[in-house]
Design a protein around this ligand. Sequence first.
Ligand SMILES: Cc1ncc(COP(=O)(O)O)c(C=O)c1O
Length: 365
Amino acid sequence: MNWAELDTPALVVDEVRMERNLARVSSSLARAGVAVRPHWKTSKCLQVAQRQLALGAVGFTCSTPAEVLALGEAGIRGLLWAHLAVGEPKVAFAVNAVRRFGITLMVDSAAVAEPLDRALSEAGLVADVLLEVDTGLGRTGVDPSVAGAVAARLGSLTSLRLRGVMTHEGHLYGFGADRAGLDAAAVASAQSLVSVAEALRAERHAIDVVSVGSTPGLAAGPYVAGVTEARPGTYVFGDGNQVRLGSCGLDECALTVLARVVSTQREGTAIIDAGSKAMSSDAVSPSAGYGTVLDLDGHPIEGVSFPRANDEHGFLTGLGTGALAVGDLVRILPHHACATVTMWSRLAAVRPDGSYEWWPVVARH
Ligand SMILES: Cc1ncc(COP(=O)(O)O)c(C=O)c1O
């Protein structure tokens, strides 16, 4: 790859690594008989979605109305809107998206479900819905102990059809380097969800979908007996957080930001042209700064870190900056791929023969 062809900063995807990540996960889950409904918030890129569909994805998980619209208008179906449709504009959007694309909705309480049910009923529509269960994150999702009561309430509604249960085991991001603890927690989350599904079936609810979703949990959660579906997002690119959690290797990370050194006025510091509008600082370890500094071959540059950023300037610091000169190119591995991609309107998908293609990043806020 002739990196100098790209103006900086640039969001770059190694297409071969990305395709390997997709293929590895889809074939492993296919062997286990588990459906994949990838979370599209990570790439927001139709070219990536097409590759995921070609590898057997049954549809996509979306966070925002913009993601639902972008995929729906591209003719893609099997969409799960995995956020709570609260407030009139969101309820109206949900009804429209059910009408246009047949999306599945998610609820975690009667307070969320009832306005949706009323609006769908007025529109003469019926939508499939999954009940979100909290298996440890403590964000949204009903506590397993009261899932039965909420499901009973859902069962009495006429325009929402309860089809399954789902969880996002985001608490796994808190396990740091304790991989054994993380895997055990992923299994516990999935088991908790399967238990809720079984209890609901005993109450005569038709629970077909038992859906777990996270990249750290991918190695263990989906393989628990009774899980029918996985919704990983970050697996497509990997990132610094996943490396730290042991979910992927550095050599599997496909997404970097290409940046150029623009100033070396102070010893021990090199300034690059990628700052806080190019990189997310959202890291599993709080002191990690803005990302891991790599050379053009993707190897970490010893003695260089990226602790600070202004909008369009990044501060690289450390003894290793002495080897960096104005004009040099570096690549930064983001901590959080999803939060980084959404800052960009396009990414360069690069291939081993040195060619590249611009892929639009759509459905940003
Ligand atoms: C509801 C839901 N499902 C799936 C995912 C995918 O998780 P990850 O990014 O760890 O792959 C997320 C991530 O935030 C989520 O919120």
